[in-house]
Each structure stands twice: as C-alpha cells, then as structure tokens.
Design a protein around this ligand. Sequence first.
Ligand SMILES: [Zn+2]
Length: 207
Amino acid sequence: MIFNASARKSRTQWAKELKGTQHKTFTHPTGCKRGHEKLFSVSEGGKCVECVRLKDRKKYAKALGTSLEELEQKRVNEQHQQAQRQLEKAEGQLQRRIWHAEAKAQPTYAHVYALTCTETDRTYIGSTQNLSARMAQHLSLINSGTHHVTELLADLDAHGKETLKIDILCTIHSGDRQEIEALERFYLDTWKGELFNKYKPRSTLVS
Ligand SMILES: [Zn+2]
C-alpha cells in the first residue's frame, strides 16, 4: 500500500503516524540519498525500501561468502534462465500445435500390405491408414490364436510363426478410402500366389 506524504513532515514522522495502519510503504518528496525511487518503509521507521533491501542482500551475500554484485548477477542469471525456460516451453507448445494442425490438414498415408506364410506361400492382403497399429493388431491376434483369417493361423501353427512374412506392397499419400480400396483390389486381382482373401467376404478386406 502506497501513501503519499507531504514534505512538511519528515519521513520518520510519517512512518510513526502510519504505524499500525494498513500502510506498509509511503512515498515522500525528499527522496533517498542514493537516488532510489521515493518509496519508504513504515516498519523500518521511514527508511528507503530499496536501501533496506540492498542492506539485507549485502548481509545475505556476506553470509554466503560472496559479494552483493555476484549475488545480484546470480539472481539476474536465474531470472534470465527462468525466462528462457518459459520461452522454450511456450515455443514447444506452439510447435506441437503447428504439428497437430499440419497433421490434420494433410492427407494420411495409406498402405496395402501382404501377410504371407513363406512355407505355404499363401497370402492375406489388407490395407490400412495406420500401419503400425494394424500390424500390432495382426501380430497380437496371431499370437493369441484369435485372428479372423483362420487359414493363415493354421499355416503358422503348422510351420511356425517365424514363417510369417510382412510385405508393404504400396504406400500412397492419401486418406481417400475408395482410392485405397481400388489399389487393394488391384493387388488382389493381379496376385500370382494363393490368397486367403478369396475365402473371406469383401467387407473384411479393408481395415
Ligand atoms: Zn535508497
């Protein structure tokens, strides 16, 4: 709380009068000898707030075995580092927002892939817009023995899971489902080996 005092009363007088009120500081037109801002402490009996602070800092510096200059420099450095960290954090958040917006704006990648048992050379062809998730799903279903392509499961059971081969047949930069389905159809139509897909209804081909 700042209180404006007049020059007629001294700083000590004002400090005495303001003691016990809500005022912690007051301004006085005479100023301090060191030319600090004209702000004075009520609790310190009208001493310059900045001078009191400096005195305290000097004491603190002495206790730490360093000089006031070094202590102040350290404080400035810490403030600078903190500001730097905040800036980096803000920049990181902004960058993530940009990436998010870019990812939203861009068409996704789509893949046509083949799962083949190398021993029987029989293949399942599928397509996906999320390759890593889809492959993880296939492998998990194969491992748990619950994959919907039961013939593939049977082949891998008979010849070992190490005979499973995963091929990426093509990758397109598109999120258009019809385009992906057309590509998948192309691979199914032109595939030279035996396909598991023949035994499956059309609706299970795209995932
Ligand atoms: Zn001062």
